[in-house]
Design a binder for this molecule. Structure first.
Ligand SMILES: *[C@@H]1O[C@H](CO)[C@@H](O)[C@H](O)[C@H]1NC(C)=O
Ligand SMILES: *[C@@H]1O[C@H](CO)[C@@H](O)[C@H](O)[C@H]1NC(C)=O
Length: 340
């Protein structure tokens, strides 16, 4: 008897819930579309900031040689070139530097290409401070022993001269990209994962803007010229179909130089810069750099036919025909790769 009003109330609640579900999924779809249609909202906001040239020294200090980062809660395997049981440090940076030190002095590959450090005093116990230096069988496919909160090790990769280079293969040529695992370990781990897929369906460049009259062929800004548009970059997406993309955390964000390969926000949108963009300051995680001799391929893509568009009040140019690419591992011992 007394149930009836309750029943109708509950069905009312049900329809209310249904309505909410519909509304929130609309909101989700809208959110998705708005993000999709303006792939780089974060990216544009900084273009309007006033220019403030930094001292060359400040820029030099940002160079990737200074980075020594690893990934926490991850243990890399591999043959030890230096046992950690009697090789101890107080910080992962020192362990990383010890690995790097085995690279200097010659042009060959590093004797050490990975390090594993136990830095959690409680979890490591007597192993605290142990620094194991290792050499992977395959530098581009490091052996991961374990990953997760319970792992008390921190691990990192070091790519010496001529190592750690991947190719973004387009119909206009292959962009050789030197990866920076010591500055952007999470980003590089993601790229190495893509490498194991052996396809990158959906990976493409979709935006292309030349240096215009604002930057010279070395990427230097021409005095008093505007800072774009065009913005001197090619922009694309690194998210193959069929994988779940996890946001990349912010890593080291140096000044963008000609050749820099950087995420827009937390990816998977990224760009390759054709110019030195001091005016963008330290806004983007840089995870690699195009080898100088391949910049002409990037320039070629930047000259392809485009259509103008406006994203968040910024004039952009979008490729009429996106340029798909695949990611290839690059064999070592390619003489002219030794410069990087
Ligand atoms: C680590 O730090 C302790 C004290 O904080 C110091 O006594 C020790 O020498 C340091 N070890 C190394 C390898 O730097
Ligand atoms: C964007 O393009 C429009 C039309 O071509 C032009 O009037 C406007 O000045 C441009 N804006 C900027 C910031 O260059």
């Amino acid at each position: 008897m007394g149930r009836k009003p309750n029943d109708s109330e509950s069905s009312c609640n049900t329809s209310l819930i249904l309505l909410l579900v519909v509304l929130s999924s609309c909101a989700l779809v809208y959110l998705f579309l708005s993000v999709f249609l303006t792939p780089s909202r974060e990216y544009y906001s900084i273009h309007v900031e006033p220019l403030e040239f930094l001292e060359e020294d400040a820029i030099a200090g940002e160079e990737n040689g200074a980075c020594c980062r690893g990934i926490e809660n991850m243990e890399l395997w591999g043959n030890a070139v230096k046992w950690g049981s009697d090789f101890k440090f107080n910080s992962s940076e020192e362990c990383c530097k010890a690995c790097k030190a085995m690279c200097s002095g010659n042009d060959g590959p590093c004797l050490c290409d990975s390090w594993v450090f136990c830095g959690n005093r409680e979890a490591c116990g007597s192993k605290f401070g142990e620094c194991w230096l290792k050499k992977q069988k395959d530098t581009l496919a490091p052996q991961r022993q374990d990953l997760g909160q319970k792992v008390s090790w921190t691990s990192g990769l070091i790519f010496g001269k001529g190592e750690g280079i991947v190719g973004f293969e387009t119909e206009y040529g292959t962009l050789h990209i030197k990866l920076f695992p010591d500055c952007a370990p999470h980003s590089v781990t993601y790229i190495l994962e893509l490498l194991t897929l052996r396809h990158c369906a959906g990976c493409q460049f979709y935006r292309a803007e030349s240096r215009g009259l604002s930057w010279d062929s070395e990427g230097n800004h021409i005095k008093n010229a505007p800072l774009g548009p065009p913005f001197a970059l090619i922009q694309g997406k690194l998210e193959p179909q069929g994988i779940t993309f996890n946001k990349i955390p912010t890593e080291v964000c140096p000044i963008i130089r000609r050749g820099s390969v950087a995420w827009i926000g937390s990816g998977p949108e990224f760009f390759i810069s054709l110019a030195n963009h001091q005016e963008w300051k330290n806004a983007y995680t840089v995870f690699g750099s195009v080898l100088p001799e391949d910049m002409e391929i990037a320039e070629k893509i930047a000259q392809l036919p485009t259509t103008p568009d406006v994203w968040n009040n910024i004039n952009v140019t979008v490729l009429k025909k996106p340029v798909p690419f695949s990611i290839q591992r690059i064999k070592k011992s390619n003489g002219d790769l030794n410069g990087m």
